[in-house]
Write a protein that binds this ligand. Sequence first.
Ligand code: GRF
Length: 200
Amino acid sequence: MLCSGGGTNLQALIDAVEAGTIDGQIVLVLANASKAYALERARQHGIPAAFVSKKQAGSDEAFNDVILDKLRAAGAELVVLAGYLPIVGRQIVRAYEHRIINIHPALIPAFCGPGMYGHHVHEAVLAYGAKISGATTHFVDEQVDHGGVILQRSVPVLEGDTPETLAARVLTVEHEILPESVRLFCAGKLGVDGRHVHVL
Ligand code: GRF
């Protein structure tokens, strides 16, 4: 698991693993922010957790090499980006082709791509006047928010919504489709055919 912030998506996965609905285990949580509460959540559940500093690594390339080394050392077979902000290095994408799942707080291909993360997404949805939004899980490829879509779930945009109220409504469906996507992957029920992901 790669995280950057509060880790509510991580928590949803921890809960699903502990409830036995996911046939797998979380072997490592890495965060690019030392104060990311996601690290604390992992530690509270006895999951190995580490801060990886881009500054200390010295370059994007070296930073992603450190992450890849740690993923391999932990024996990770699937990488889940749960509120992870940096762009994943191509060496990781190539090492884990069709084995990196990202959660995006909008209905891709709408409101996604470079710079579209966190509150920026919900501000753009409201500014545009969209009537629905939602969340998307997808496999990560070498472009941003571009890989094959796994699951999507929509929520209404309501009169008077603020970026915060919309974010909270989207977060509830994130916490549903991310564990479901990981459950399907671990059960071998995700078939990939080019851009298309089939639930088998
Ligand atoms: C939220 O904006 C969420 O929509 C996106 O990442 C951010 C933090 O999520 N997926 P989390 O609470 O750290 O999982």
